[in-house]
Write a protein that binds this ligand. Structure first.
Ligand code: BEZ
Ligand code: FE
Length: 308
């Protein structure tokens, strides 16, 4: 096609921008823009956007940026609530069968949580319903992984992370553990609560305009690291939570849901747990790095997702 230098029209708009970008020396950026621009123009064309609607979109994105800071990442919330974070996660963490799936990291992870000994409690604030968490870390064939690192974080009993709540000590409900030779781990905590993602900004406005709630079902976050295995960022959800089927950020997967039960008398005696202590038992399976190439794209990944 001849160079489009002037007379930008509905018909030539997309090609004109693509041609103008051709000099880009960063091959990946050129590739990204060559897909992004036609999709963006297609949205404008298909919806016949009015200037007022386009300005409203720009104002929404402006407010999203203005609210973002070191302590609040409104753009990540936007990506989470539009399902983009989970889609990026799915494409970049393809798994073979029989290993634990990943889910969204979320904005409340803090590096440098305190190193803890097996059996320690991560709950430093003296409130909440006692919980005993135990399990095993194995490979895809069920062989235990020794010396793996578990980086754990969760909310308090009323659904706040330490970084959101001045009544909690720093690094409350966070800790780093290592599995023993048998791949086992155990620690004490409190039962986490379902909680709303921050909803006092543009993303909250968007959710209420869409008649969506901002709640996430109760969960405990884990990052599991072991040499020779793909690092796994995931959560464990508590069975029976009312928000399991409507997580605001689309993070729930069936195999990540575990029942909350009473700790057994043996667990209570063996670990000095109080009467009435609850328990979660979790078996994680990590994907060996050598098998990552076996986890291919699903058929549906070919689907552009466009719907009339
Ligand atoms: C979280 O689970 O910490 C989270 C994930 C996505 C958005 C907000 C919070
Ligand atoms: Fe969370």
């Amino acid at each position: 096609m001849a160079a489009i230098t002037r007379n930008f029209t509905e018909e030539t708009a997309t090609e004109a921008v693509l041609q103008r970008n051709e000099g880009c020396s960063d091959a990946r950026l050129r590739e990204i823009m060559a897909v992004l621009v036609p999709h963006l123009h297609a949205v404008v064309r298909e919806l016949r956007l009015t200037p007022e609607e386009w300005l409203a979109a720009i104002s929404f994105l402006t407010r999203t940026g203005q609210l973002s800071s070191d302590r609040r990442q409104e753009f990540i919330l936007l990506s989470d609530t539009l399902g983009v974070s989970m889609l990026v996660d799915a494409i970049n963490n393809r798994k073979i069968d029989d290993v634990t799936p990943s889910t969204v990291l979320g904005p409340f992870y803090v590096r440098g949580a305190p190193a803890m000994q097996m059996g320690d409690t991560i709950a430093l604030h003296g409130r909440g319903e006692p919980l005993f968490v135990s399990g095993r870390l194995c490979d895809e064939a069920g062989q235990p992984i020794a010396g793996a690192e578990l980086d754990v974080w969760q909310t308090s009993e009323d659904g706040f992370y330490d970084t959101q709540d001045e009544t909690q000590p720093d690094m409350n409900l966070r800790g780093v553990f290592h599995t023993g030779a048998d791949g086992r781990f155990w620690f004490r905590s409190i039962v986490p609560a379902s909680y709303p993602i921050p909803s006092d900004g543009p993303v909250g406005d968007m959710l209420s305009a869409l008649r969506r709630h901002p709640m996430r079902p109760a969960h405990i976050h884990f990052i599991l690291r072991a040499p020779g295995y793909d690092t796994l960022t995931t959560h464990i959800f508590i069975d029976g939570d009312p928000y399991l089927d409507s997580d605001a950020v689309f993070g729930v997967k069936d195999s990540l849901i575990v029942p909350l039960v009473d700790a057994t008398p043996e667990e209570r005696a063996g670990h000095g747990l109080p009467e009435g202590c609850k328990a979660l038992s979790i078996d994680f399976r990590l994907q060996p790095e050598a098998m990552t190439h076996l986890a291919g794209a699903p058929e549906a990944a070919q689907d552009s997702g466009a719907r009339p």
